[in-house]
Design a protein around this ligand. Structure first.
Ligand SMILES: O=C(O)c1ccc[n+]([C@@H]2O[C@H](COP(=O)([O-])O)[C@@H](O)[C@H]2O)c1
Ligand SMILES: Cc1cc2nc[nH]c2cc1C
Length: 351
């Protein structure tokens, strides 16, 4: 029915032919066996993804997808909808947290207007991929049409294919969209699956009263949903153009066999959809950080993954993913640059 089912269709399980050689190379480095802990797992994963004993990080790129949500007017966020476009302006001016971290850590950064309710005009650093000026409210019906969902997935995947053609071999997605934790909660509820209330949190900072209102509204939204549990049906109904575009982006990155650094709660909601379509996608992912949004732990448990960092963050924008890059770089570097027992003349045997 949906041709976008084909995106990611060539996604392959990771190559394991080099596993023994990679593990041996890791074990022969000048350190007690296993002493680099999770960096050793990262090095093995990177070697598998790139199918080499000497992996490298080339042109890491972060795409920040922004979109508005029809349901934002219902009182599901601590902030008003216009913060979405105002933060896009902040990204373009270089003043947001993600700009600071991207500059510090060597990421190329682009902002994608997936569906912000604002006219930006032609702007340097902004990719105009606006599907519509915000989704419809899922309290009234589907957030988007099948055609809009299809277009968003196609555009997200095409953007990533272009980046990879230009040499990028590490991709991260970030997002900005007032109200998008509510969409991510609904998606997590259906796909983890888990009880709805356990998937709902304060997002940008709702107080207890606000949280109860959000839970009530989302419970109404779920009770009105007449579709099935098909991941694309859920994406279409509960939306987020930025969430749909990231779904396409993640699938294309996995299909091209590049490392994906996964950010927080909303990006992982996109990943839950994408991984339902192509389960091997998870092999290409590193989970950067544990978000404070409570549904993130539910997502991680559902896919059996552990985040690298726990910094108490809940910002989005790709900030958690950005901060994990030096660890991944360190994993590649130790595998390539560290001396072996033999080359350094260090005794290998234990007594
Ligand atoms: O990435 C996360 O884990 C995360 C957790 C909570 C909030 N956010 C960000 O906050 C915005 C959504 O929050 P809300 O309360 O408006 O749904 C959106 O712009 C996200 O980038 C992001
Ligand atoms: C200020 C602000 C910045 C953000 N960045 C991502 N989500 C955000 C939400 C708010 C409210």
């Amino acid at each position: 029915m949906h041709s976008f089912r084909k995106i990611g269709a060539d996604l392959r399980p990771l190559q394991t032919t080099l596993d023994e050689a990679l593990q041996r190379k890791i074990d022969l480095k000048t350190k007690p066996k296993g002493a680099l802990g999770r960096l050793e797992e990262l090095a093995l994963q990177l070697g598998r993804i790139q199918n080499t004993l000497s992996p490298e990080i080339v042109a890491p790129h972060l795409l920040v997808f922004a979109g508005d949500h029809g349901a934002a007017h219902e009182g599901i966020s601590a902030y008003p909808q216009e913060v979405t476009w105002q933060m896009v302006e902040n990204f373009l001016a270089g003043g947001a947290a993600i700009n600071v971290f991207a500059r510090q850590l060597g990421w190329s950064l682009q902002v994608v207007d997936a569906g912000v309710a604002h006219v930006f005009g032609k702007r340097t650093g902004l990719i105009d991929a606006k599907i519509a000026p915000g989704t419809a409210s899922y309290l009234e019906g589907p957030a988007m049409t099948d055609a809009q969902c299809h277009a968003a997935i196609e555009i997200g995947s095409e953007l990533v294919r272009q980046l990879i053609q230009n040499g990028c071999n590490v991709l991260a997605c970030g997002e900005m969209g007032i109200g998008n934790t509510a969409s991510a909660s609904l998606i997590t509820h259906y796909l983890a699956p888990a009880p709805l209330n356990s998937c709902i949190g304060p997002g940008t900072g709702l107080d207890d009263v606000g949280l109860i209102r959000k839970q009530e509204l989302l419970s109404v939204a779920a009770s009105r949903y007449r579709g099935n549990s098909d991941p694309l049906a859920i994406l279409t109904h509960f939306g987020g153009f930025e969430i749909a575009m990231m779904t396409g982006a993640l699938l294309a990155a996995g299909e091209a066999g590049v490392l994906i650094i996964v950010d927080g709660f909303i990006v992982t909601a996109s990943l839950l959809i994408a991984a339902r379509l192509q389960p091997h996608l998870l092999d290409y992912c590193v989970f950067a950080h544990g978000s404070e949004e409570p549904g993130h732990k539910i997502q991680m448990d559902a896919i059996g993954k552990r985040p690298l960092l726990n910094l108490g963050m809940r910002l989005g924008e790709g900030t958690g993913a950005a901060l994990a890059l030096p660890l991944i770089q360190a994993a590649a570097n130790f595998l390539v640059q560290m001396a072996s027992f033999e080359s350094a003349g260090v005794s290998e045997t234990t007594i």
